[in-house]
Design a protein around this ligand. Structure first.
Ligand code: GAR
Length: 196
């Protein structure tokens, strides 16, 4: 079966959904969860599920992204992943790193891309008066929050939603979308998944 590594920066709820989905006849299995934050809560949660973990603190590298990525790559390469999933990984990756994973790296983003790349997606959707929001899984290319679409899920915006309300509604869909996309992708099918 294919080997999957997952990069996280925080709580790792998407990582948990991915790990839990890789059972039974699934074409892939989790081989590593790694983080740029040694204190990321998701690392402990992955370890509880028996998945190997690694941390490479980005802070001592003081903005030298290539050096940080070299250290991260050592941990990744040791796990020999076929697929790399970004799941709430909050560091921008250099074109050099991305090139090494071309066609094998996925990301989940909390908006209906191409709308709202970057941060604060839910506040921006509300400020724009959008009646619909959602999340996107895409192949990672050197351009931030860009690359071939692998899946999208839509949720309604409800009157008086706060950014936190909307984030929670979208996150529930993220937990369905990302496992559905990974299963399809790992089986060699790159046609996009659509949920609503
Ligand atoms: C998720 O909403 C994910 O889409 C978002 O961060 C959250 C991580 O939650 N990702 C980004 O904003 C990427 N720039 P999680 O740690 O519980 O999966």
């Amino acid at each position: 079966s294919l080997r999957v590594a997952i990069l996280i920066s925080g709580g790792g709820s998407n990582m948990l959904a991915l790990v839990r989905s890789m059972t039974g006849d699934h074409p892939a299995r989790p081989v590593l969860v790694a983080s740029n934050d040694p204190g990321a809560a998701g690392l402990a949660r992955a370890a509880e599920l028996g998945v190997p973990t690694a941390a490479v603190d980005h802070r001592p590298f003081r903005g030298d992204r290539a050096a940080f990525e070299a250290a991260l790559s050592e941990k990744l390469d040791a796990a020999r992943p076929d697929i790399l999933c970004l799941a709430g990984f909050m560091r921008i990756l250099t074109p050099g790193f991305v090139a090494g994973w071309e066609g094998r790296m996925l990301n989940i983003h909390p908006s209906l891309l191409p709308l709202y790349p970057g941060l604060d997606t839910h506040a921006r959707a509300l400020a724009a008066g959008d009646t619909e929001a959602g999340c996107t899984v895409h192949e990672v290319t050197a351009a931030l929050d860009d690359g071939p679409l692998l899946g999208q899920a839509r949720v309604p915006v409800v009157p008086d939603d706060t950014p936190a309300d909307l984030a929670a509604r979208v996150l529930t869909m993220e937990h369905r979308l990302y496992p559905a996309v990974l299963r399809r992708f790992a089986s060699g099918d790159r046609s996009p998944v659509h949920l609503s």
